[in-house]
Every structure is written in structure tokens, then in C-alpha cells.
Design a protein around this ligand. Structure first.
Ligand code: ADP
Ligand code: ZN
Length: 457
């Protein structure tokens, strides 16, 4: 086992007790596999007991007891929990502690329908901050850093989720929240921000703004790294953001049902996201048959909280599509990794019989140098058939009066999309910054198709 990294800033902070404490929780990143699994088994049994205190699980877990779990594989005997279960038990059907122990609630973003509420005790919040802080320490963030958090503060977990972790690490934390690009860049310059938490789509917007204002990130900013989360994005998008912001970019995954960001974070290897397996038990299942899938097989991520008090969730179907990487990581951590999220099972759309994920479109676009920072997929019905149009912003250097060059770019995108997703889209090339943007998660697909029955649904 790799020895835990001594916290770099030891001696530079005033309270020795705090250093001991910080090293204490960071140790968990370096537990050997055997220890992680022992912790998981004991915690899973405890979770069954705790979950049963909620009205939903009192019913759903009738007949199950901690003694039924003899190995981690026995988790497979427990019932799944779905987003619809959460919705139909709003507001308090999953609450497993007395109301007086709850200190905070968050909402999911509601990307796919009615938002759901999740509750936290003081201890839940502490563990959440520690999980994220472990990820931050793991890529070299220290109390010397200035952390600018460009994720929305409020009901969405993206803002507060990293906020408390950054404070735990000791960063000077700027709660900038989302939007107001001019002020964001001004803050970055004025305070020398070294670490960001940012949506991939917003990172591209910041980069574009810098270009317009002749701000050179290498010269005028002090960035060391950025955590990218909350939206699916490709490896090519990450590399682009690294290039334009001149810093390392790490993928950070989470969902409000499991607390929020921090369930999985990349290490310096940038090759998959280490799950904090002492807090979450992960499975991958086939989203159709719900049969378990093995390491390397792509399917739906199913997560069980192992320590959560207020809102324990058992076998929660995240709908996020990924696979488990069960090979040792060069960083030495024995917490398994998941691969980059491909998208949600319900992000997938079907065009003339072909299944397409928005990220496949992004993969093609990011391989084309002339493509800029934003794109939109529009689905329509034309003559009773599906039509997919991809509207693509070009980068600032492309001349719109060079018709032949534009035709060449358009044709290349059409050909590559046909190859990648087996559909032939219309491709529209537009000026930089002309597509609408949102302050929250990017909307990549607009589906205007008529329902198949032509009527009411
Ligand atoms: P909602 O489910 O309503 O969007 P959340 O704010 O809880 O609410 O968002 C969590 C979801 O965001 C995840 O289930 C996943 O689909 C997406 N997500 C979060 N982080 C990442 C990431 N790093 N890569 C891809 N998708 C992500
Ligand atoms: Zn690693």
C-alpha cells in the first residue's frame, strides 16, 4: 500500500489539532482493498437498520435484516430505489432520522423532471465535505490555494458541495456562484484564483470571454487546476479546456441523492474517477434487465450510501451510464474507479431507430479544430421522419465568407457523425457565441418531434 501523502502544508497552519484531523480523514484514501471491503460490509449492514427507520424502507425492506448480508454480493438481494420512488415519497418518506437532527436540505436540479429533496444531518455534511476534500488534496490542492467556486449556490448541490470541502482543506474560498462572466474573470485576476469548480460548458464560455478581451490565461491568470462537473463531457472537451485555461482539469462526479459532488473524483492520473468506496457501494447493472455487469462492462451505476444518516439510499439507480475500472491505479489508491460518465440512460434519444447519446456528438465535434465552444442538437419531425440538426458554433478564427472551407467543415462533421452514431444529421455552422447559454447545466438537446401517435402524449 502507498503511504498516505503527508499533508504538504503541515507546519504552515496555526492549529496542530487541525492538521492531525485532516490527515486523519485523508488516510481513508489509502486504505488497502481488504480494509475497504470490510468497512463496506459492516456499513452496509448498518445501513439496512438505519434505512428501516424511514417510512419508505420500513415497507420496502420488510423481511430483510442486516444478518442477510454475509458478503458484499448479497447487496444484490436488496430492492432497487428509483428517482420515481423518491418523487412519490416527497417530502419526508425517505427521512430516517427525527426532524430535529436534520440541518440542511438540498434539491436535485430537476434536469429530468420533478426535483427531489435530500436531507442531511451535521454528520452527513461533515462526511460529504471530507469526501470532496480528499479528492482536492489528492490532486495537490492546499491551504495556499485560492478556490473560486463558479457552481450555483443554493438548492443545487454543486456550489455548497465543494465550498465546505475547500474550507476544510484551508483554501481561501471565493463563493462566486454561477454566471456574470465579466465579474468571474475580474475575481480570478484580482485574487489570483488558483483552483476552480466549474461546469464544462461554462469553462468554454470563460475561455471565449478571455479571448475576446485579449486576456491570456497563461499570462494573466494564476490557475493551477479546475474541477469540472455536473455535466457529461468528453475527454477531448477536457483537453480543450486544459489548453484554453492553461491548467489541469479533473473530472468530479456526484448527484444530489448521494449528497452531491464528491462521489467520484479523478486523481493525478486523470484516468477514471476514484469512488469514495468507504462511503458508497457501487454496482453496474444492465439498465434493461437489471442484471449485474462485470468490471469494464458499460451499464447503469447503482449506488448505496454506507454512512448517510438522514437519507440512506439503498441500490439507488442513478441512470448514469459508466463502467467500473477494477485495475490498480498508478496513484496507489485501491478505491475502484468509474470511467467518465457517458450520459444518463434517459439522455439517450432514438433517431430513425439509432440510439444516440449527446456525448457522441460532442466527441465528433471536439475532434474538429474549427469548432468553437457550444453546440445544440435539435430533433424535429419532417415528412413523418425524424430529423436531427446539429448547430455548431465555430471558433473565432474561422472566416464565414470562405464558403468552400465552411462546406468542407460541414461535410466532415456529417461524415464523422454518420460513422459515430449511424445517423445523418443536418449541420448548421454559426458564429461564435450565437447559441443560447444557461447559467445552470447546458441544454444540449431540444426535442420538438411529434409524438409517434401524432396526438396527446
Ligand atoms: P439532476 O439529476 O436533477 O440533474 P443533480 O444536480 O443531482 O440533479 O445532478 C446529478 C447528475 O449530474 C448526475 O446524476 C449526472 O447525470 C450528472 N453529472 C454530475 N457530475 C457529472 C460528471 N462529472 N460527468 C457527467 N455527468 C455528471
Ligand atoms: Zn488513481
Amino acid at each position: 500500500m502507498l503511504a498516505p501523502i503527508q499533508w504538504e502544508c503541515e507546519g504552515r497552519v496555526s492549529s496542530p489539532a487541525r492538521i492531525v484531523y485532516m490527515n486523519d480523514y485523508y488516510q481513508a484514501d489509502f486504505f488497502p482493498r481488504r480494509q475497504i471491503e470490510d468497512i463496506q460490509l459492516a456499513a452496509l449492514r448498518g445501513t439496512i437498520d438505519r434505512a428501516k427507520r424511514s417510512p419508505h424502507y420500513a415497507e420496502a425492506l420488510k423481511g430483510f435484516s442486516p444478518g442477510d448480508i454475509r458478503t458484499l454480493q448479497d447487496a444484490g438481494k436488496l430492492p432497487f430505489t428509483t428517482k420515481d420512488d423518491l418523487r412519490s415519497h416527497m417530502p419526508y418518506g425517505f427521512l430516517a432520522v427525527p426532524h430535529r437532527d436534520v440541518v440542511r436540505m438540498h434539491y436535485s436540479s430537476g434536469t429530468t423532471g420533478v426535483a427531489t429533496a435530500i436531507y442531511h444531518t451535521q454528520q452527513d455534511l461533515q462526511w460529504w465535505a471530507e469526501c470532496v476534500a480528499r479528492g482536492m488534496l489528492g490532486v495537490g490542492v492546499t491551504n495556499e490555494d485560492v478556490f473560486q467556486n463558479m457552481m450555483g449556490y443554493g438548492l443545487f448541490t454543486g456550489g455548497l458541495g465543494l465550498h465546505y470541502a475547500a474550507e476544510l482543506v484551508g483554501c481561501m474560498t471565493i463563493p462566486a456562484s454561477s454566471g456574470n462572466t465579466q465579474r468571474q474573470v475580474q475575481l480570478m485576476r484580482q485574487f489570483g484564483s488558483t483552483v476552480l469548480h466549474i461546469l464544462p460548458s461554462y469553462a468554454m464560455k470563460i475561455a471565449h470571454y478571455c479571448q475576446e478581451q485579449a486576456i491570456d490565461p497563461a499570462r494573466d491568470l494564476s490557475l493551477k487546476c479546475a474541477f469540472l462537473g455536473a455535466e457529461p463531457h468528453t475527454e477531448a472537451m477536457r483537453r480543450r479546456i486544459e489548453d484554453v485555461l492553461c491548467c489541469k482539469v479533473y473530472n468530479c462526479y456526484g448527484l444530489s441523492e448521494m449528497c452531491g459532488p464528491g462521489v467520484g473524483l479523478e486523481c493525478p492520473e486523470q484516468n477514471g474517477l476514484h469512488l469514495r468506496e468507504d462511503h458508497y457501494l457501487a454496482e453496474i447493472v444492465d439498465p434493461e434487465t437489471l442484471e449485474p455487469l462485470g468490471p469494464g462492462e458499460q451499464g447503469e451505476l447503482v449506488l448505496t450510501t454506507l454512512n448517510r444518516q438522514a437519507n440512506p439510499l439503498i441500490r439507488y439507480r442513478t441512470r448514469d451510464i459508466t463502467s467500473i475500472i477494477d485495475e490498480p491505479c498508478a496513484c496507489g489508491r485501491e478505491h475502484r474507479r468509474i470511467s467518465r460518465i457517458v450520459g444518463r440512460s434517459d439522455d439517450m434519444f432514438i433517431v430513425r431507430g439509432c440510439n444516440v447519446y449527446p456525448i457522441q456528438v460532442e466527441r465528433v465535434l471536439m475532434g474538429v479544430d474549427e469548432v468553437g465552444s457550444n453546440y445544440l442538437i435539435t430533433l424535429e419531425t419532417v415528412d413523418h421522419l425524424d430529423q436531427m440538426t446539429v448547430t455548431v458554433e465555430l471558433s473565432a478564427g474561422v472566416f464565414f465568407d470562405d464558403v468552400r472551407a465552411l462546406d468542407r467543415i460541414r461535410q466532415r462533421i456529417v461524415d464523422e457523425l454518420r460513422h459515430e452514431a449511424l445517423v445523418t444529421p443536418r449541420v448548421e455552422l454559426v458564429q461564435p457565441n450565437s447559441l443560447p447559454t444557461t447559467e445552470g447545466k447546458a441544454v444540449r438537446v431540444i426535442d420538438k418531434r411529434e409524438p409517434a401517435d401524432g396526438g396527446s402524449a
